[in-house]
Design a protein around this ligand. Structure first.
Ligand code: FES
Length: 125
C-alpha cells in the first residue's frame, strides 16, 4: 500500500468491475468489515453503508426507485444523490468515496472496521 492509497483514515479497495454495477440494482461488498452497497445513479457509481440509519436494516434488501433507496423495514427513503433521508426523518447515510480505474471500481473505507453502530442487522426470514 502506498501513501496515495490512504485518504486521511481511509484506504482504497478494489471491489467490482464497473460494468457489474447497474442502475436500479444494489450489490453488496464486504470491505474491511464494512458492508458497502454499490449502485449506479445517473452517471455516477454510489457507495453507501448498507445500513438504514433508523433501525439498522440492510438497505440492499429494499428497492431502488426514482433515485432513492427504500428501506425494507419501515419504508424510509434515502436520496442516492447525497444520502439524505427524504423527508428528513433519519440521519444521512454514510457514503464512501468512489473512483474507477481501468474499469475497476475502488471504494475508500475507514482503516478500522465498523462498530455495532455502523453494522446492519439481519432481518429474520
Ligand atoms: S430500519 Fe429503515 S426505516 Fe426503520
Amino acid at each position: 500500500m502506498t501513501e496515495q492509497d490512504r485518504v486521511e483514515d481511509q484506504v482504497w479497495h478494489q471491489v467490482a468491475t464497473e460494468d457489474a454495477i447497474a442502475e436500479g440494482q444494489a450489490t453488496v461488498h464486504a470491505v474491511n468489515g464494512w458492508q458497502v452497497l454499490l449502485t449506479r445513479f445517473e452517471d455516477d457509481i454510489v457507495a453507501v453503508n448498507d445500513r438504514c440509519t433508523h433501525a439498522a436494516a440492510r438497505l440492499s434488501t429494499g428497492r431502488i426507485r426514482r433515485g432513492a433507496l427504500m428501506c425494507p423495514l419501515h419504508g424510509a427513503r434515502f436520496d442516492l444523490a447525497d444520502g439524505r433521508c427524504i423527508g428528513g426523518a433519519y440521519p444521512t447515510l454514510r457514503r464512501f468515496p468512489v473512483r474507477v480505474a481501468n474499469g475497476v471500481v475502488e471504494v475508500a473505507v475507514p482503516a478500522t472496521p465498523p462498530g455495532m453502530d455502523e453494522t446492519p442487522v439481519e432481518l429474520p426470514g
